[in-house]
Write a protein that binds this ligand. Structure first.
Ligand SMILES: Nc1ncnc2c1ncn2[C@@H]1O[C@H](COP(=O)(O)OP(=O)(O)OP(=O)(O)O)[C@@H](O)[C@H]1O
Ligand SMILES: [Mg+2]
Length: 438
């Protein structure tokens, strides 16, 4: 267990004293109220004291709005009061107390579908990173499934602590809202599923690439199918499919411009062609005096889908592996503005398979269930698991649940919509028809 800097919480009797102090303050407030009333009775007789109490109550009623504005509604005030006690107790037991009994102060609680969010102010000189190693201890104190900590983007002394008590994503299968659409546009946001706050989880693909990682059977190909289905239903979009397993993307072959099976040399050839196309697109943008592809300028998107990326990057031929890595890195790095979007899924996203320099270029990263927090971090980026955003905590039976991380954001736990093989066949047939390929 780590402590805040200069913590003095090695001493259990001091811990007991601090917890008791919390209760003592409440009792002291009640005690002083009785004493004050007795003093009033003594000074002004019982009727006078009652009149003063009634006047005080009257003032509270008159200034009700101002008091609510300052301290919140009585119910909120009492709720915050009781949560503060729980937080103070947790802070003491977890060793979050510095000199003079300074401890992180609970400022606000926000109820959520999965539990509650606490906004906590840390004593000067401490920062939210110091809470990271305490997430399990705090989860145990709050009897929660998990606890996540994130720093407030605008104030380094504030930590947002999510107490996750329920998993609203555990049950049920979510239908894809675009299921019956005749056409889609890749310029519009794509609905992927639902996040744990009950909001739609969606992403926008223009100028973005997506990396999906997770253990076998976690739901990577289903999620990839949602993105491919949207791309296929946009007749403007060109599709290149690279399928290390041959069968995962088979249903979309009729909509694709190029298909690559489990053959690394073929993949290198196609990626080489895509690089030429990308360079050609940049020449075209130069002619048009534009920096990037924009809606309505006639330059369509080209979506490159790679299922089982590790298969292609893990080839034993060293020369091929280097060539493949370099082509893919170039496509992910430079393709965005030229309208080339890479969507990749892999079971093994470790650095020896997918170099970090490529992984970090993906704007959207999705970690479906992973076996270890380290594996989760290899998808989302170093350090997220320590803050409580670990795909290793996802229930193995909850297929399609993952963490979605957008560039510069915080991972959002979500469950993808489910597309069965029948759904995929129906959408693919519709997509082929609008592409004039039947
Ligand atoms: N969002 C979801 N809702 C319900 N069930 C799902 C969901 N996503 C996936 N599943 C179930 O999990 C199974 C495995 O999903 P999927 O094939 O996408 O896994 P994968 O991660 O691609 O596995 P592999 O690494 O072996 O290719 C699916 O056949 C489906 O039954
Ligand atoms: Mg798969």
């Amino acid at each position: 267990m780590t402590e805040l800097r200069h913590s003095n919480m090695k001493n259990p009797s001091l811990q007991l004293a601090l917890v008791s102090w919390g209760w003592g303050v409440d009792m002291l407030v009640g005690f002083w109220f009785i004493i004050a009333y007795q003093v009033l009775v003594h000074a002004f007789t019982a009727n006078g004291a009652r009149a003063i109490v009634i006047c005080a109550a009257g003032l509270v009623v008159v200034f009700k709005d101002q008091l609510i504005k300052r301290y919140g509604k009585p119910s909120q005030f009492l709720h915050l009061w009781s949560r503060r006690k729980a937080w103070n107790r947790a802070a003491v037991v977890c060793g979050l107390v510095g000199p003079f009994g300074w401890k992180p102060k609970l400022l606000k609680t926000i109820p959520t579908v999965f539990g509650e969010n606490l906004v906590v102010q840390l004593p000067g000189g401490n920062h939210p990173g110091e809470l990271e190693e305490l997430v399990d201890a705090l989860a145990s104190m709050f009897q929660a499934r998990e606890v996540r900590v994130v720093r407030d983007p605008s104030n380094a002394s504030l930590a947002h602590i999510s107490i996750v008590k329920r998993d609203p994503l555990k049950e049920g299968v979510f239908a894809w809202p675009f299921m019956e659409r005749q056409r889609c546009s890749l310029w519009d946001p794509i609905s992927l599923g639902m996040d744990e706050t009950g909001r739609a989880a969606s992403i926008s693909l223009p100028e973005r690439n997506v990396l999906i990682g997770g253990e076998p059977g976690a739901g990577k190909s289903v999620l990839l199918s949602i993105l491919v289905a949207t791309a296929a239903l946009d007749p403007e979009v060109k599709l290149t499919l690279m399928d290390g397993k041959l069968v995962e993307l088979a249903a979309w072959r009729g909509c694709a411009d190029r298909c690559v099976g489990p053959e690394a040399s073929e993949a290198i050839e196609v990626l080489g062609e895509l690089r030429k196309e990308m360079n050609h697109r940049y020449e075209r943008l130069l002619e048009l005096k534009k920096r990037k592809v924009e809606r309505g300028d006639g330059l369509s998107f080209h979506v490159v889908v790679v299922d089982e990326l590790a298969f292609y990057l893990g080839t034993s031929d060293r020369k091929m592996k280097t060539e493949m890595t370099e082509l893919l890195r170039d496509l992910v790095a430079r393709g965005r503005a030229a309208g080339i979007i890479v969507l990749a899924a892999t079971q093994k996203p470790s650095a020896d398979v997918i170099p970090t320099q490529i992984r970090d270029l993906f704007s959207f990263k999705v970690a479906m269930r992973c076996a270890t927090p380290q594996a989760s971090d290899t998808v989302l980026g170093q350090g997220w698991a320590a803050e409580g955003y670990s795909a290793a905590t996802i229930d193995p039976v909850a297929r399609g649940v993952g963490f979605l991380l957008a560039e510069g954001g915080v991972p959002v736990r979500f469950r993808s919509c489910h597309l069965t093989d029948e759904h995929i066949d129906a959408i693919a047939a519709r997509a082929q028809a609008i592409r004039g390929r039947t």
